[in-house]
Design a protein around this ligand. Structure first.
Ligand SMILES: Nc1nc2c(c(=O)[nH]1)N[C@H]1C(S)=C(S)[C@@H](COP(=O)(O)OP(=O)(O)OC[C@H]3O[C@@H](n4cnc5c(=O)[nH]c(N)nc54)[C@H](O)[C@@H]3O)O[C@H]1N2
Ligand SMILES: Nc1nc2c(c(=O)[nH]1)N[C@H]1C(S)=C(S)[C@@H](COP(=O)(O)OP(=O)(O)OC[C@H]3O[C@@H](n4cnc5c(=O)[nH]c(N)nc54)[C@H](O)[C@@H]3O)O[C@H]1N2
Ligand code: SF4
Ligand SMILES: [Mo]
Length: 708
């Protein structure tokens, strides 16, 4: 392939960001440079459009702040004073330091930290995992996103993709539950809008008037963390009003009697007191939902982000079976279609290489682990970070910073920029970006495989993640195939190409076409649970799970099998209150009376793009949305600089006074860089887990607000 010509060449791309849309892209290359990136017009979900974050993706590749060379720290930690070194010096330093640590403490003194900053099978999931498992390092458990939801989903309906997101075109009643699709799932939203035009009613259940809520036919705003009460009360109404599909329930579900008994105490009046939603609205919602077919529910990740979030998700996931919604094309529920993708996580991550008894540190509790708050037999002496930016994204930021400042911690960060985490590194390594490496991109929001071509060379000396790990593995003498495969060979091994879902699809097909729909039915005929067929141990939808146990699930589930201390769970779904709310913790609420939600920013992708001037301009500086009642009480005017704080820390933002949030709730979106702001939202977030799957509790925090 010669791309160094004046001729413009086009290549298939796949957006590597952590986003359910996994857009198929078209790269245009001239003279060896990426000159334009567009959405693939042929892809039924991408439909030729990218989001505001990616619309000029080529510019990100050539951003003047991009990391081009390995560098070592020359000033104090956090000072961002670095000096260029060679790759050989960087890799030799890492291996020397690690071998010293291994001799003294054993490999468990080394902790990897990564996430889905790159969602590629090769450069996102591989390399690092297999490499650190082989090294015998402490395992990093990564439950940033959806793991409580996955546990709840698997317990109830098993690993099914549920409704095809494209089948929503046939739905007549659509509930978008704690998902801000206009910002976070744009390429599903256009399907919802089309269904709406064709007469579907779109209901958005969100604790504030998000962009998506504003486009709904009906916005319902429960207090954060009270969705479980809403779902249980919907069941109560459906049962009391005789709207149950008894035939479906009898044939394809387990535990109706027990569920009905539990729901019998969850009256709409009971739920009104908890959620703040009038009982008559709850009745109306339940009746409309149960009597309008096809009815589809889209579960947002945000539904899990409080202590009782996963029990709420179990309750919501029971609703479609109760009314027989699964009978119809476009009826049922949608969580993560990733379950039907034939990725071979066992080959990608090689959990079999983890030595028995290896300890686990959860990325949400990184600060606690680095500061010794969590007792570890082998203290963490070295941290390697790639594909994640925990300083802005993990909770309890102040503790993370304290940990990263430790002189005895040897920290390596591979990234595209000097992020808030890289600022504390001893060594920074320049990572390659989208168009610079071959990969297939994991998809958790649709039923297509997605290919990404390497069509330009990385600038400077940047390297793809997998190449960094290959070089480290070679220096350490690792012999396993994983560390020898080229990126193409990895792809041959990472997908179960011989599975029925891949019939007629291979890597060459993907190279030629850029994407391929899995062979799991079409949007017009797919009704996977019309006749039950739930991939649960009973083959039925599990309202009641005898001996239910907690476990960590999610795309990385193989990583944790055998690691979790499994606690018992309630066999039935229920409403479980938040840890921090005025009702559940009045003593704390006396000091910190406001619930805060910190959802995704429209213009950033987690913390990506929050260092790019025109993206900040589009998104606006960090703001805090405040109801006029709460603002007046504190003498806060529109635009004033405010400080949000609790015992864990503080951050600042500009007051945006609005009826879009109810009293006693504030909203500050996520992603802003600490380097550019006074603190970030996660300074106030708790690292306590939710009720299942070690999920996050980002919507379960009380704070106070004052003029800065
Ligand atoms: N308060 C609050 N906190 C949250 C959430 C919330 O809703 N509220 N959401 C949580 C959720 S759902 C998630 S998924 C997490 C996300 O948290 P993170 O995964 O930490 O997300 P990013 O900030 O995007 O960080 C990814 C980093 O990887 C880098 N990167 C991208 N591609 C590559 C590559 O190819 N190689 C290398 N070496 N680096 C690369 C990017 O530049 C970026 O710095 O945040 C969680 N934190
Ligand atoms: N623009 C943009 N898109 C993204 C991302 C991004 O950072 N920016 N991140 C990507 C990632 S990693 C993920 S996981 C997805 C997440 O996608 P979403 O699940 O949509 O995530 P959020 O925007 O955090 O939250 C969605 C909505 O849930 C509401 N919410 C929060 N807590 C509660 C609650 O307790 N009850 C109810 N009913 N509503 C609540 C919030 O107000 C918010 O409007 O988005 C992906 N797409
Ligand atoms: S971030 Fe999401 S919506 Fe934007 S281009 Fe990537 S996959 Fe598509
Ligand atoms: Mo996420």
């Amino acid at each position: 392939m010669n791309t160094l010509t004046d001729e413009i060449q086009t290549f298939h791309g796949g957006c590597p960001h952590d986003c359910p849309d996994t857009c198929s892209m078209v790269y245009k290359v001239k003279q060896g440079k990426l000159i334009e990136v567009k959405g693939n017009a042929d892809h039924p979900m991408t439909r030729g459009g990218l989001c505001v974050k990616l619309k000029d993706y080529e510019k990100r590749h050539y951003h003047p702040d991009r990391l081009l060379y390995p560098m070592k720290r020359t000033g104090p930690k956090g000072s961002k004073q670095f000096q260029r070194i060679s790759w050989d010096e960087a890799l030799d330093t890492i291996v020397d330091r690690w071998q010293g640590l291994i001799a003294q403490y054993g490999p468990r003194a080394i902790l990897p930290a990564s996430y889905l900053g790159n969602q590629g099978l090769v450069h996102g999931l591989n390399g690092g995992d297999a490499f650190f498992n082989r090294l015998g390092a402490t395992v990093c458990e990564r439950t940033f996103c959806g793991e409580g939801s996955c546990t709840a989903w698997l317990l109830t309906v098993g690993p099914t993709a549920g409704v095809d997101p494209e089948s929503f075109i046939h739905s007549k009643y659509i509930i978008i539950w704690a998902c801000n699709s206009v910002s976070t799932n744009l390429h599903h939203w256009h399907i919802v809008k089309e269904a709406q035009k064709k007469g579907a009613k779109v209901v958005v259940i969100d604790s504030y008037a998000s962009k998506t809520a504003k486009e709904a036919d009906w916005h319902i705003a429960p207090k954060p963390g009270t969705d479980g009460a809403l779902a249980m009360a919907m069941m109560n109404v459906i049962i009391a009003d005789g709207l149950v599909d008894h035939d479906y329930v009898a044939n394809y579900t387990v535990g109706y009697k027990e569920l009905a008994e539990r729901a019998s105490r969850c009256t709409p009046e009971w739920a009104e007191a908890i959620t703040g939603i009038p009982a008559q609205d709850i009745r109306k919602l339940a009746r409309e939902y149960a009597t309008t077919a096809p009815a589809a529910i889209r579960l947002g990740v945000a539904l899990e982000r409080n202590y009782g979030g996963s029990q709420a998700i179990r309750a919501v996931t029971c609703l479609p079976a109760l009314i027989g919604a699964w009978r119809d094309v476009g009826g049922g529920a949608l969580q993560f279609p990733v379950w039907e993708h034939p990725y071979r996580f066992d080959v990608i991550s090689r959990p079999d290489l983890i030595p028995e008894g290896t300890p686990v540190v959860n990325i949400l509790q990184l600060g606690r682990a680095l500061t010794g708050e969590i007792p570890l037999e082998t203290p963490i002496k070295s941290l390697m970070v790639w594909n994640t930016n925990p300083v802005t994204q993990s909770p309890e930021t102040d503790k993370i910073i304290k940990g990263l400042q430790r002189e005895d911690l040897f920290t390596i960060v591979a990234d595209h920029f000097i992020t808030d985490t890289a600022a504390y590194a001893d060594l920074v390594l320049p990572a390659a970006m989208g168009a610079e490496m071959e990969d297939m991109i994991l998809s958790w929001g649709h039923l297509y495989l997605t290919y990404n071509t390497k069509c330009v060379e990385p600038p400077g000396e940047a390297l793809p993640n997998n190449e960094i790990f290959r070089r480290l593995a070679q220096r350490l003498g690792f012999e396993e195939d994983n560390f020898k495969w080229s990126d193409s060979e990895c792809l041959e091994h990472y997908v179960a190409w011989d599975s029925p879902a891949c019939e007629g699809i291979d890597l060459n097909y993907l190279r030629e076409h850029g994407f391929a729909r899995l062979k799991v039915g079409t949007k017009d005929d797919r009704a996977p649970h019309k006749h039950g067929n739930f991939p649960t141990p009973t083959g039925k939808c599990m309202f009641y799970v005898e001996g239910a146990k907690n476990f960590v699930a999610g795309p990385f589930r193989q990583m944790y099998e055998g690691f979790q201390p499994l606690n018992d769970l309630d066999p039935l779904p229920d409403y479980v209150p938040s840890r921090e709310s005025a009702d559940s913790n009045p003593a704390l609420a006396a000091r910190y009376p406001l619930s805060i939600i910190s959802p995704k920013s429209h213009g950033f992708l987690n913390s990506c793009y929050a260092n790019v001037a025109d993206k900040i301009k589009g998104q606006g500086e960090q703001f805090v949305m405040i109801n006029p009642v709460d603002a007046d009480m504190r003498g806060i005017r529109e635009g004033a600089k405010v400080r949000v704080f609790n015992d864990r820390g503080a951050f600042e933002g500009n007051a945006r006074i609005t009826q879009d949030v109810n009293p006693n709730i504030i909203v500050a979106t996520l992603g802003y860089w600490r380097q550019l702001n006074e603190g970030t939202v996660n300074c106030i977030s708790s690292a306590e887990f939710g009720d299942m799957g070690h999920s996050t509790t980002f919507s379960d925090n009380l704070v106070q607000l004052e003029l800065a």
